[in-house]
Structures are given as structure tokens and as C-alpha cells.
Ligand binder design. Structure first.
Ligand code: AGP
Length: 583
């Protein structure tokens, strides 16, 4: 949700910032810009479109201090004018977040001034310039105190060879390099550049110069922030010969599960202690993370017989939820920065619940709220569509459910091999061709298969733009069947022997209405019954409870192949961004 990056040191700032922006592009990619200090003056290049569109022009920016931005538009359409950086007087800044009171501030402080852009960010730079009385840090602090909403800001001031940073509810890290110091929205942007980073807390300010970094509270008293190891390594950002990150990351599903299982042993003790006395579990998250919660709910209820609910974080936090000291809230988030998930976790904590974070981002906001952090070890996920983080989440949640009731979880150790086999051998191309020419794709399943169906549908719609729904197979005849016709495809997931015959009913119901049907299954009897009648995509056999790890890989591949056939960019789908740090 917008990426910001900055550098001040001894090397070329424009090129350094540009490279950083390319790494952050998954946070937004509708426009981009760079500002560089040269001879005490700040020069800006900004444009609608992707970071690479800045290419030639930034070569004209010379200097050793610079900031940059890659945007996901909230206020104001993607355009050259609305692209960041924004400038006023001697100040230039980039902003990640939303200023909710920008209209009131404009009315109060600039009632008769026509602004250049339609953004909520321009007010910030205008105010900083207005309040500047010789102390840039004091002006930034004063303006921050007026802002409502979320912001990570990197601010440059003419004549000052450095960057002022302030953070509130949007992420920002400072990186310590050998050739200067950095600011970025997240750690992967600094992979290979900084071995150490410091994470800014809400309300922190920082002043970064080529030789030092200082942190301040809102009262401008100096504070300390610890240096931590930057775990992100640049090799993880390599495409490894794949045309897109999505394919690379689907291929990394097995490694994500394996590493997550390994890491789980280190949290078992604390997790067990946190769960003592818990008689109700709520799993919350957004998008794919919520979908992994649908699976966790089923695990916790069927393994541990503890009431469990999956709640969409953006709904949960505003519905006055019934949460108390006997409740554990499991907040699931790849980035650990999703505004609604972080908000839901904060609310739950304030209501007395135990908060457990399941996240792929060890220094994220969610980890700072949680009582216990269950790590997902998927490594950096660059593609906007979540893949390996989803299977990593399922593994972490499966192990959590097993831990609650002391259930044997050893079968999961054999899953990485089966996931690899699914990814390497599942022939999904003909089904992808069928989906690519369909006017709607319905993913159907029962119980755990339904949960994966919802994720399969999200994956397909977000990267192919084909209308798609995930439905419980039994619900088909209660309404959705009305939509079925020759131009529609139903993909039925069947991985539970006990429920196979019931889900096959849905196959028959679609066939009878001349809809196209395909089945993804690892139930041998089901494959036998349906072979020759409908396309059957076999996946390896394992227990029903762990089959989501295999069917997930199959539906991810289906979405990917369909996107390629339709010539869509699966890594950067239209209108989306990876880390949704605004509400
Ligand atoms: C998944 O493919 C998405 N692009 C999106 O739904 C994502 O899962 C959601 O925004 C939550 O992100 P998080 O896991 O970082 O919290």
C-alpha cells in the first residue's frame, strides 16, 4: 500500500532509491517518483505508471540524498500530478497511509489556496512548510500531531543533507548501510544493503544523515531504538529463472511448509501457556489470510472440540464483538501490517483476549501487539497474490490446532514432498484453457474443500479478472445453480472420502444444466467414478485434513495458468497492492 524508500550517504541516491522502489513495487504500482538533493536544491521526477517508467529521467538527478515512492492511489486518481513526492516551499515528502482529516486541515489552514494535487498527502507538506521556523524536525513533529489517520513520511528539506522520518500506523524501518543510511517501508527493500535495521514505533521520528541515525519521541526528546538483524536476503528476491514471482512462489510452497513446521517447535511452550483456560477461539484476517482462518476454524473445532469462528478483520473490529478473557484471537497476516487485522488484534487485546499472531513478517506491527507469535516461514512473498504464505499459514494453524488438544501432527512432515509433486506434476493446462474462455468460474467443495474453494476463487478473480465465487457444494441448489449454463465452469474440490459422494451430487447438478465441470481430487473412488465423464485432475493422496495443502497448490496453479493464457500480469494485478495498510 504505497512503498517509500530513502537514502543518504556516499553513493548515487537516484539509482539507489530507484532500485529500492523496484523491490517495493508490490505495495502499489500506479505511479512513482523520486526526489534528489543536488547542490542544496531538491529536484523531483514523478510519473503515472510503474517504477520502470521513471528510468531515463532519473538519470538526470544527481546527488547523495534522495527519497522515492511507488503509489497505490487512495485519494486522487493515478496521474503525474498525484504521484509522490509532493513539495511545498523548501520541503518535499513521500507518504504511505491515509490522512483522514485532510479536508478539515485544508479548510482550517489553507481556506483560499488551490492545491496542486487531489491527494490527501499534499496538506502535510504544505503544513510543514507553513510551520517551519528554522527547525525542520520541530515542524514535522508539530504537523504530525495534527494528523488523523495513518502515515509513514520521509521528508527532505532544501539545504539539509538528510531525511526526516515519522511513523504512525504505517510501517517504516531504518537501515544501517556501509555507504550510508536508509529508510524503507519494509525489510526486503533493504536486503543485501543493510545487515541491521531499526523498526520505528508509532509516534517515532527519526533523523537520518549519512553518518548517523537519531530517534525522537513526539516531544522531540531523543529515544533509543534497538538495532535488529535484517533477515531479508537479496537472493530471496531473485526470480530463479521463473517468468513471474507467482510461479516461483507456488514452487516454494513445500519449502514454506517445511520451514514453518520446523520453526513451530520454538513457540510450542509459549503458545501452550497462552492457551491455558481458553474456551473459545476466533481466527481473524483479511483476504487469503481470512481464508486460512476458515481452515483453522474447522481444525480447531474438529480436533479440539473448542468453539471456533473465522471472522473478516474489517468486520470483526467494528461489530462490537463478544470477546473476553477466555477467548484466544488468532490474527493471521502475511505482512503483519494489514490495517484491519492489526486493528482487530488491538481491539481483542483491549478486551482481554489472548492474541496470537500468525505472520510471515517477524518485525511487523502485529508481532508487537501479540502475546505469542507463531511464525510462518515462507520468506519474502513478492507477488500480490498470496500463495506460499497461505500454505505456510495452513501449516502453522494445523500445528496450533494439534497443540491445543495434544493431537499427533507428524503426518505434516510428509507433506512438503507431496506438495512438490502436486506443483510439478499436476496437469492443469486444459482446465486453465476452459476457465480462460468462461464467463464465470465457481469453485465448490464441502468442509475443508469449501474453505480451499473460497481461496481458489479469490486467486482466480484477482489475477485473471474472471468473475468467480467459492461456494459450499451443498448450497449450489439453493440459488447459485441459477447462474450455471454453457458459459460457466464449476471446479469441484473433492479430497474427503466421507463427503465425496455428496460433492459428486454437485457435479451431476451442473452437468444436467449443461455447465462445464472439472474435479480436483485425491479420492481414488471418486476419480474412477467420474473419469471419462468430466475432466479429473488428480492430486496426491493424503489425509483429508492435510489435503488443503495440496488442493491449494492446484488451484494456485490453475489461477496462474489462466492468467498467463489471458496475458495478465499475475504479479501485479490491476487495482491491487500487497500490503493493505489503510482501511
Ligand atoms: C491475496 O492473494 C491477497 N492479495 C489479499 O487478499 C491478502 O491476502 C490480504 O490483503 C491480507 O494480507 P496480509 O496477509 O498481509 O494481512
Amino acid at each position: 500500500m504505497c512503498g517509500i524508500v530513502g537514502f543518504t550517504g556516499t553513493k548515487d541516491a537516484a539509482q539507489t532509491v530507484y532500485e529500492g522502489l523496484k523491490r517495493l513495487e508490490y505495495r502499489g504500482y500506479d505511479s512513482a517518483g523520486v526526489a534528489v538533493m543536488s547542490g542544496g536544491e531538491i529536484n523531483v521526477v514523478k510519473k503515472r505508471g510503474r517504477v520502470s517508467g521513471l528510468g531515463g529521467e532519473i538519470l538526470g538527478l544527481h546527488g547523495n540524498t534522495g527519497i522515492g515512492h511507488t503509489r497505490w492511489a487512495t485519494h486522487g486518481e493515478p496521474s503525474d500530478i498525484n504521484a509522490h513526492p509532493h513539495s511545498s516551499g523548501r520541503f518535499t515528502l513521500v507518504h504511505n497511509g491515509i490522512i483522514e482529516n485532510f479536508a478539515e486541515l485544508k479548510e482550517k489552514f489553507f481556506p483560499n489556496t488551490a492545491f496542486v494535487s487531489q491527494t490527501d498527502s499534499e496538506i502535510i507538506v504544505r503544513l510543514i512548510d507553513k510551520f517551519f521556523d528554522g527547525n525542520a524536525l520541530a515542524a514535522v513533529a508539530k504537523v504530525s500531531a495534527l494528523l488523523k489517520g495513518s502515515y509513514a513520511l520521509a521528508v527532505m528539506c532544501t539545504g539539509f543533507e538528510g531525511i526526516i522520518v515519522v511513523k504512525y500506523k504505517s510501517p517504516a524501518v531504518v537501515g544501517y548501510g556501509t555507504d550510508g543510511n536508509y529508510i524503507a517501508s519494509d525489510c526486503p527493500a533493504l536486503a543485501g544493503l543493510c545487515k541491521e535495521i531499526s523498526v520505528l514505533e508509532d509516534g517515532d521520528l527519526a533523523v537520518i544523515t549519512p553518518s548517523e541515525v537519531k530517534f525522537y519521541g513526539g516531544d522531540l526528546k531523543e529515544i533509543r531504538r534497538v538495532k535488529k538483524r535484517n533477515h531479508a536476503i537479496s537472493a530471496a528476491l531473485d526470480l530463479c529463472g521463473c517468468p513471474y514471482y507467482m510461479l516461483k512462489e507456488i514452487r516454494e510452497n513445500a519449502a514454506a511448509v517445511k520451514a514453518t513446521v520446523k520453526a513451530f517447535s520454538s513457540v510450542k511452550k509459549n503458545l501452550k501457556a497462552a492457551l491455558v483456560g481458553v474456551n473459545r477461539v476466533i481466527i481473524t484476517g483479511c483476504g487469503t489470510a481470512y481464508n486460512s482462518g476458515l481452515i483453522a476454524k474447522r481444525y480447531i473445532e474438529s480436533f479440539a472440540h473448542i468453539p471456533a469462528e473465522a471472522e473478516i478483520a474489517g468486520e470483526f473490529r467494528y461489530k462490537n464483538p463478544v470477546v473476553g478473557s477466555g477467548t484466544a484471537v488468532i490474527a493471521v497476516s502475511q505482512s503483519g501490517e494489514t490495517a484491519d487485522t492489526v486493528g482487530a488484534a488491538e481491539l481483542s487485546k483491549s478486551l482481554g483476549a489472548k492474541v496470537i499472531a500468525v505472520t510471515n513478517a517477524p518485525y511487523s506491527a502485529l508481532t508487537r501487539i501479540a502475546d505469542v507469535v507463531v511464525p510462518v516461514e515462507a520468506g519474502p512473498e513478492i507477488c500480490v497474490a498470496a500463495t506460499k504464505s497461505y500454505t505456510g499459514q495452513i501449516a502453522a494453524l494445523y500445528l496450533t490446532a494439534c497443540l491445543i488438544c495434544g493431537r499427533d501432527s507428524s503426518e505434516i512432515n510428509s507433506l512438503p514432498e507431496l506438495i512438490n509433486s502436486t506443483v510439478e506434476h499436476t496437469d492443469i493446462n486444459s482446465l486453465a484453457q476452459i476457465c480462460a474462455s468462461a464467463n464465470g468460474v465457481y469453485f465448490l467443495g464441502r468442509d475443508l474443500d469449501y474453505a480451499v474453494a473460497v481461496e481458489g476463487s479469490l486467486k482466480l478473480k484477482e489475477i485473471t479478472y474472471i468473475q468467480s465465487e467459492g461456494y459450499p457444494a451443498g448450497e449450489l441448489k439453493h440459488g447459485t445453480l441459477a447462474l450455471i449454463g454453457e458459459d460457466k465452469v464449476a471446479v469441484v474440490l473433492i479430497t474427503d472420502k466421507e463427503l465425496a459422494a455428496k460433492s459428486e451430487n454437485a457435479v451431476e447438478q451442473v452437468l444436467s444444466r449443461h455447465g462445464k465441470v472439472a474435479v480436483i481430487t485425491n479420492v481414488a473412488e471418486c476419480a474412477e467414478r467420474l473419469s471419462g465423464r468430466v475432466p479429473v485432475i488428480p492430486i496426491p493422496a493424503c489425509s483429508a485434513e492435510l489435503s488443503p495443502l495440496l488442493s491449494a497448490a492446484a488451484v494456485q496453479l490453475l489461477a496462474y495458468r489462466t492468467a498467463i493464457i489471458l496475458k495478465r500480469d499475475p504479479d501485479k494485478p490491476r487495482n491491487l497492492a500487497k500490503s493493505v495498510t489503510v482501511e
